[in-house]
Structures are given as C-alpha cells and as structure tokens.
Design a protein around this ligand. Structure first.
Ligand code: ADE
Ligand code: ZN
Length: 330
C-alpha cells in the first residue's frame, strides 16, 4: 500500500506509447457507432476477451483492425484526449508519443487528419494543464522502404505547422524478418532533416537488431531492447554509452516476451547500470497505464524506492526535452 502511494506520487515521463494502442474498447465501440463501421464483436466485453495474445503479431493483427474505426480529425482528438486523461491521472508530466500514419493512409485517411487530431489534443492539454509532449512519427517495418519514403514526403509539408510537437522518427510493427537495415536510407534522410531517431529493437528480434539500430540507423534510444541481455558485449556498450532502453513490462508479459513478471530483466538491467525506463506501450491492450507498469515490476521484482526513483529519473534524462525542462522535472 505504501509502495503504491509512492508510485502514484512519482512524477513520470512516458517515452514509449503508441497512441493507437490507447484506444480502449469502450471508445472503439463508440467510434464504430459514430462512423457506422461494423465490428466483428458483439460487445465491449467480447472485444476485451479477444485480447489474449501469444506473440507480437497476434497483437498487431487486432491493433490494426481496431484502428479501422478512426476516421475523422475528431476521432484522433478523442483518442488522444482520453490518453492524456489517463496519463495525467498517473502523474505523467511529459509524453513522447508514437503515431503510425501508414495504418491510416492505407485506409484512405489523410495524413493531415491524423496530425491535426492528435496535435489539437496535445496542444489543448499543454495550454490547459501544462502537460508537455512530443510526437514521434513511426514507420511500419512490415511495409517497404519506398512506402516509408512516401510517408515522409507526405508528412514533411506539415512540419512547420507542427514544429512545436513533431520532433522524432520511430520504427515499429513486426520485428522479426524486418531488420533495421531495411530502413537505413530513410533514417539517414530523417537524420539530415534534424529529427530525433528511435527504433523498436530486441523485443522479439535478436540482439543483432539492437546493434544495427545503433550502428546503421543511428538511433538515440532503443525501444524495448530487452533481448540485449543475450549479448554481453552489447550490454557493456549500452552501459558505457548510457543508451536509453524504453522498456514496457506489461507489454512484454502480454506478448509472451517473458513468461512471468518475476523473470523480467528490467531489474537486472537497472542494477547493472543500464539507462532503462518504464513505459506502457499499448495500454488499452496490455491492461495498464504507467502506474500499473511501475506497480507490476515493483511487486514482482522487489524494487526499492531508490530504484523506482532512478527509473523515473532515467525517463526524464532519456527524453528529448531541453536541459532546462529536464532540470525542472527532476
Ligand atoms: N506497435 C505497437 N506496439 C508495438 C510493439 N510493442 N512492438 C512493435 N510494434 C508495435
Ligand atoms: Zn512499442
């Protein structure tokens, strides 16, 4: 009970959050009704019951299907505002949010609609509550490099309109068989353009993908990275470079990356000196927002208050905020 109060009071940052993964079944049903989209589930309960995953792909199939109810600027706004309410309730002070335009442009939704709805909610939360945020546009790695370039070309005319928010580029979706090298050229272009770079690596994929995310894509953070532990030389490098890993404990449990939270390596990695952070990934699908993720590891791995505080500090340090803002959050 005391640990719960400590976690609830801890100011947090969230650096690994897919906005499409915050679409709760209730809102998903409401948007389906509003947009007259047929769903293959009879009820909210039936949909939630389908959230029993065996691996990353079994989740992604439902996640992309769920995103089909998102049609209008208002839909993206409503989804983002619902996330902000959860985040603020969990004392998240700053969030760097992934969004996947290709999931929507493939269905004929304009990329301008996606940007506009998410940004309107983030700006409103900033103005009304001081909620700080950034947007990280992510490429779907199961699609081609050409498709990623086309998405970048479609988004760049919007850069000036969203310069207060959009500062990063990410890489997500099906990891195995889609190594970082596939996106070497588009990431090089994004680096030239001055974006911050991150990529999912070492979630289901091997430690070699973490290495190529660092050496080929030149990322500044690794999203997940939990399989790095299989390569001791890589671990030494991650420690030496203080390369942040955005770890997502409940996600790893639900997607069977770990069998049991008591076996999660976040505590070992923290104690070995890695810059690990705690994040919620796709909270509507994985059963918990930020506090739930902290609570799950605190109880299963016997983390001390000092360690929980270190995790929160790592999150502030690993953010793309300017140093003055980091200092204010510490
Ligand atoms: N898209 C949304 N969540 C993801 C995850 N955990 N890994 C890869 N792609 C994702
Ligand atoms: Zn993710």
């Amino acid at each position: 009970a005391e640990m719960r109060a400590f976690i609830e009071a801890l100011p947090k940052t969230e650096l690994h959050l897919h906005i499409e993964g915050t679409l709760e079944p209730e809102l998903l049903f409401a948007l389906a009704q509003r947009n007259k989209v047929d769903l293959p589930y009879a009820s909210v309960e039936a949909l939630r019951a389908a959230y029993a995953f065996t691996d990353l792909q079994s989740f992604l199939d439902l996640y992309y299907a769920g995103a089909n109810v998102l049609r209008t600027e208002q839909d993206f706004y409503d989804m983002t505002m619902a996330y902000i309410d959860h985040a603020r309730a969990d004392k998240v002070r700053h969030a760097e949010i992934f969004f996947d335009p290709q999931t929507h442009t493939e269905r004929g939704i304009g990329i301008d609609v996606v940007f506009a709805g998410i940004a309107r909610a983030l700006r409103e939360a900033r103005d009304q509550h001081g909620f700080s945020s950034a947007m990280i546009m992510s490429f779907l790695r199961h699609l081609s490099e050409e498709d990623a370039f086309a998405t970048l070309d479609a988004a760049l005319p919007l850069r000036d309109l969203y310069k207060d928010l959009w500062n990063g580029i990410g890489l997500d979706s099906s990891e195995r068989g889609n190594p970082p090298e596939k996106f070497a050229r588009v990431f090089a272009r994004c680096k030239e353009l001055g974006f911050h770079l991150v990529a999912h690596a070492g979630e289901e994929g091997p430690p070699e993908y973490v290495l190529s995310a660092l050496d080929v894509l030149k990322v500044e953070r690794i999203d997940h990275g939990v399989r790095s532990e299989e390569n001791p030389a890589l671990m030494q490098r991650l420690i030496k470079e203080q390369m942040p890993l955005t770890v997502c404990p409940l996600s790893n449990l639900k997607l069977c990356v770990v069998d049991d939270m008591a076996e999660h390596n976040i505590a070992r990695m923290l104690r070995a000196g890695l810059a690990v952070t705690v994040n919620s990934d796709d909270p509507a699908y994985f059963g918990g927002y930020m506090n739930a993720n902290y609570l799950a590891i605190a109880s299963s791995l016997a983390l001390t208050r000092e360690e929980l505080l270190q995790l929160a500090r790592n999150g502030i340090n690993a953010s793309f905020l300017p140093a003055t803002d980091k200092a204010r959050l510490m």
